[in-house]
Design a protein around this ligand. Sequence first.
Ligand code: FEO
Length: 460
Amino acid sequence: MRKHIKGNVSWVGYLDWDLQKFHGDDFTIHHGSSQNAYLIEEEKTILVDTVWAPHQFEYIENLKSEIDLNKVDAIIVQHGECDHSGTLPALMKERPDLPIYCTANAVKSLEGQWGKHGWDFHVIHTGDELDIGNGKKLIFVEMPMLHWPDSMATFLTGDNILFSMDAFGQHYAVGELYADLADQDTLWNEAERYYANIVSPFAPMVTKKVKEITALNLPIEIIAPSHGAIWRKDPLQIVKAYAKWAEDPREDRITVVYGTMWHGTEKLAHAIADQLSLKAPHTIVKVYNVDHTPKDDIAYEVFRSKAVAIGSPTILNGVLDSVAAFTYYLKSLKLMKGRKAAVFGCYGWSGEGNKVLREMMANAGFDVVDTEIKCSWNPENADLEQAAGIADALLSGESASADAPVESSGKWKCPCGYIYDPAKGDPDHGVPAGTPWEKVPDDWTCPVCHLPKNAFTKLD
Ligand code: FEO
């Protein structure tokens, strides 16, 4: 069944009510999701994306019930990830001659996943247009690293619909289809949770693209992403939200995160939360055990917090692997700068946990305050009273030593082949020789292809 959107544009995607996990088991889904695909029927009949392979039968049969597949003139594949291209092989079996419009990087990702079949690829670049008749055309915009190198968006003139791909989406099954009809609390929580976990590593690119799209002065009336609700009422509200989240998502919140073995570190976590609430009644304080709450939910809370307290008991001269994994995840999100962190934990005999955790959080980009709680065996009143010091440090101006050394992580490589060498820097673009990768500004881009810093990978 198609769902009419506007003019001759229909939604022909898959509403995934039962989805529990995404990216394998890596990302937790709470309210279902959708793989949005679209059908445009002007003088030319155009498909925009497909759905995940498990739903290919529904997608193909639904299309066949609506149109004659032999009359489709082209498909726009905006992104190669299999939740959107998974049904492409089945579709191409039906129509091996179907022209595919996509980016050069999408040719690589599609052939890399589905094999080389001699498909009729038409590589697009930003500003390219496709005339689809009836006075309407599609204008393409490359969106590299939002969130894959192959990503792009498509603007339909006349109806003024921006098909934005993953950007501006949510993992949220919205039967009502439109954002203005959806439950607003769930919608905005899922939109921001999606941004925090999936888009935030590419925040510099978001800022750049939002400016670029705004500068195009496209009369956007509808933003139709590839997941979740379609934005038709004040559609630029989600673009503005992205700009804000990319600039600074911090609210008056502090998150306390911990792992625990025999509840000692848990008692410290609760004591810290109590002191925070006592000293700052208007600050929202939340407490999470990393083993009981999905990492993406806690990361979302940290994303919008101004500070975090994180604790682990010492085990095997380090910290619990669940706590270590969580700090690793925070580091991968690359947007934790400007947030304070404090560490705490219990120990029996050696007590290295706090030092290890302090290094992990600093390495993840946090400003780790000197105040900590290092508690021998179970907390006694004297230990719990130190929670006030942590609260004061997180609520006040205390920060880590400004001259804390930055660990250099060596050379980094852009997908285009350019290699950033700290010894050389990039003086032509304001990065002096000798600048370690970690000190290169977040808005610096590759001097060759202009991909953002987040697109680079570390050279071993
Ligand atoms: Fe929804 Fe990047 O795929």
